[in-house]
Design a protein around this ligand. Structure first.
Ligand code: NAD
Ligand code: UDP
Length: 331
């Protein structure tokens, strides 16, 4: 089976390409490299020892995208391509809506035109807003605090409407919690073209001495130690989650959380990182970051029951693999 992976040279996409190839699928990557590097294609080939077909195209450009469907018989699409920096989305909402929404629409139209019946879409736990934890797939979506989050919620609604109109389509929406870690080879990991503002990349930078200390955004939340709690999940587990979603696609639209079901505070993550990697992470408590919620973790029972997917890796694995990639690669 030929799988079109949009955003396949990105962080989660590249790990998913490896999982797909190792499971026997043929992968066609479409990525405009706005937040990833061409070398990732070679690294995927090196890890899997298989050929990968790569197109440097913009998925929001319909005619560029159609070339792929003309050249290949695509059986399923996994759609990762998107802009994802929350702060940037507040400054540049038009780019975010154009890129993220038009890409999803173009792919849905291509599904109809080229008779592709299977689509897996990258969504985010951010669509839950400030719901009660644990977040469950059947909860109503609450407004997010930024255009990025809105593009995910809108894309979900668009796909739900398309699913009603085209019942033969099988769509899986995967809501990721906080993906961290890297491939065990140390060859691929999170390697963005601009500085990410998520916690784990910052911890890595401090550990490497590129930053003097970590700023911890608030210690007055109603959590175990006052710092924000998130459901960190190993990127290789996320990749396996896509494989499980693809293998279990059925007609209609289905939503799954990809998280571990366990919350970890900022200070707990710092501690785990220090212990497993034997490094020091100096930090300073500062003001809360605007828009942050106190606690976010998944109810994972639906993915476990319907997809047979259970994450394998814990926080220690995530910190170890993340650091291994960081020290192997001069970013
Ligand atoms: P990433 O930035 O590493 O990967 C996204 C890839 O898409 C990049 O390689 C980028 O070059 C490409 N891209 C962006 N717009 C494109 C376009 N118009 N045409 C072609 N390529 C384009 O991000 P990631 O962390 O791998 O995230 C993948 C998906 O998962 C995104 O949709 C993101 O919003 C979603 N997601 C990520 C997280 C996270 O914390 N990493 C959490 C929830 C959801
Ligand atoms: N965080 C922090 N310092 C940083 C980056 C993040 O204290 O430099 C905190 C943030 O307030 C949140 C947690 O770490 O409680 C995870 O933040 P991240 O941006 O990684 O994920 P998100 O908040 O989008 O789930």
């Amino acid at each position: 089976m030929n799988i079109l992976v949009t955003g396949g040279t990105g962080y989660i996409g590249s790990h998913t390409c490896i999982a797909l190839i190792e499971a026997g699928y043929t992968v066609v990557i479409a990525d405009n490299l706005c937040n990833s590097k061409i070398e990732t294609v070679e690294k995927i080939k090196e890890i899997t020892n298989k050929e990968v077909c790569f197109y440097q195209i913009d998925v929001s450009n319909k005619s560029e995208l159609e070339c792929i469907f003309i050249n290949h018989q695509i059986d399923a699409i996994i759609h990762f391509a998107g802009l994802k920096a929350i702060e940037e989305s507040v400054r540049m909402p038009m780019q975010y809506y154009r890129n993220n929404i038009i890409s999803t629409l173009n792919l849905a139209e291509a599904c109809q035109k080229y008779n592709v019946r299977r689509l897996v879409f990258s969504s985010s736990a951010t669509v839950y807003g400030e719901n009660e934890v644990p977040f469950m797939e059947n909860m109503g979506l609450l407004p997010t605090t930024n255009p990025y989050g809105e593009t995910k919620a809108m894309s979900e609604r668009i796909l739900a409407d398309i699913s009603k109109a085209v019942p033969a389509l099988s769509i899986s929406i995967l809501r990721y919690f906080n993906p961290v870690g890297a491939h065990q080879s140390g060859l691929i990991g999170e390697s963005p073209n601009s500085l990410p503002n998520n916690l784990m990349p910052y911890i890595n930078r401090v550990a490497k001495g590129k930053m003097e200390k970590l700023y911890v955004f608030g210690n007055d939340y109603p959590t175990v130690d006052g710092t924000g709690v998130r459901d960190y999940i190993h990127v290789v587990d996320i990749a396996e989650g896509h494989l499980a979603a693809l293998n279990n696609l059925t007609e209609g639209i289905h939503v799954y959380n990809l998280g571990t079901g366990r919350g970890t505070s900022v200070l707990e993550l710092i501690n785990a990182f220090e212990q497993v990697n034997n490094v020091k992470i100096p930090y300073e408590i500062v003001e809360r970051r605007p828009g942050d919620i106190a606690t976010c973790y998944a109810d994972t029972s639906k993915a476990e029951k319907e997809l047979g997917w259970i994450p394998k890796y814990d926080i220690i694995d995530m910190c170890r693999d993340s650091w291994r990639f960081e020290i192997n690669n001069e970013l």
